[in-house]
Design a protein around this ligand. Structure first.
Ligand code: 5AD
Length: 363
């Protein structure tokens, strides 16, 4: 490949070539090109979202995930509304102007209602503009609509992989884990009006570079507003662990993940891209490297310390023995070190979403 131009209309083959770069100079060029696009379109600014993992009880049995239903080695917890509101207030007081409510998947009338009520209480305790992102898995269209109407502005649902065969290999073969339903859910999330986020795992067993190129094109073709993607990391108490010998080495998974972020920034200059926690578990400065490759969102974990240990999606999850205050302090100073600023002034909504909405009004 001879140099990289700003081209948000890359072909599948061009993306594959970019992800396959071996040469250090060319790789550095890719990363710095992505960074300059980030600088131009979203600035050298990182936005924080406080991540609250409020329950690890899950109906799903995904073959890669440490909190899968079938893992009986972990103790299950669910934070009370009061506990959640306390953490939200902590984030608000620390000027973090948005939170992510994440939990294992649960589907019921009472769960839908509980979350709606929680959204109202959060707005009441903070302000109506306070940004709430939900990451609560697959739900009905009506539930997504209800949560959006209640005031949550963003929703994250990773597609995990856009290769249907691979999706089937890493999930049980039943109605609860259908690729088709997952795609439909993402569509319903968009239709409800949310800033919509998705993402994939990188370096899964059986995954090919072409699959990853298709993942990026899926994000582009479906007008996704936010992306969180990171390396697949094995968990000893999951079925996929059996395939750990077939994985690409961690260092390569890291490099590939940063490459994915960089190519995505080139493809979609105005979206929000998270620098995932999984990057940090491979490299202590992984999240900073993510920012330097084009990401602009950080999700410090503000789950109370006593629960953090029970929410291990993969082994070696970082920060689980650190108090939120320490996590936040470390994050702020490390971001400054790479010449970026954490913004406390605005909400950092996805520019892609805003522009899309404006376009729709005038079309
Ligand atoms: N390695 C990396 N990411 C994982 N996730 C779940 N298990 C793992 C793992 N073993 C990711 C999934 C999920 C998100 C909440 O965490 O992509 O959507």
């Amino acid at each position: 490949m001879n140099g990289i131009t700003v081209n948000s209309g890359l072909s599948r083959q061009e993306i594959v070539e970019m992800l396959e770069i071996n040469d250090k100079t060319e790789y550095d060029l890719l990363i710095s090109k992505a960074y300059s696009i980030k600088e131009k379109f979203v600035g050298k600014i990182a936005y924080m979202r406080g991540l609250i993992e409020f329950s690890n009880i899950c109906v799903k049995d995904c073959l890669y995930c440490g909190i899968r239903k079938g893992n009986d080695k972990i103790s299950r917890y669910s934070m009370t509304d009061d506990e959640i509101l306390k953490v939200v207030y902590y984030a608000y007081k620390n000027k973090i102007n948005g939170i992510v409510l994440q939990s294992g998947e649960k589907r019921s009338y009472s769960f839908t209602k509980r979350i709606s009520d929680l959204i109202f209480s959060i707005k009441d305790k903070t302000n109506p503009e306070f940004r709430i992102t939900l990451s609560l898995g697959e739900q009905t269209k009506e539930t997504y609509n209800e949560w959006f109407a209640a005031g949550a502005q963003r929703y994250l649902l990773r597609i995990e992989t856009t290769n249907e065969d691979l999706y089937r290999k890493i999930h049980p073969d039943d109605n609860l884990h259908s690729y088709k339903s997952r795609r439909e859910c993402i569509e319903n999330i968009q239709k409800a009006g949310f800033q919509t986020g998705t993402g994939v795992m990188i370096g899964l067993p059986f995954q090919k570079i072409e699959d990853l190129a298709d993942d990026l094109l899926f994000m582009k073709n479906n007008e996704i507003d936010m992306v969180g993607m990171g390396p697949y990391l094995e968990h000893a108490d999951t079925p996929l662990y059996d395939y750990k010998y077939s994985l690409i080495p961690l260092k390569k998974r890291m490099r590939l993940s940063l490459g994915m972020i960089a190519v995505l920034r080139i493809l979609m200059p105005e979206i929000n891209i998270a620098s995932s926690t999984a990057l940090q578990s491979i490299d202590p400065v992984g999240r900073e490297l993510g920012l330097l490759a084009g990401a602009n969102i950080l999700m410090p974990n503000i789950t109370p310390l006593k629960y953090k240990n029970s929410y291990q999606l993969y082994n070696n999850k970082p920060c689980i023995d650190e108090d939120s205050a320490i996590c936040l302090r470390n994050l702020k100073s490390s971001v400054q070190k790479i010449g970026e600023t954490i913004s406390f002034d605005d909400y950092g909504d996805s520019r892609h979403y805003k522009n899309k909405t404006i376009k729709n009004i005038y079309s």
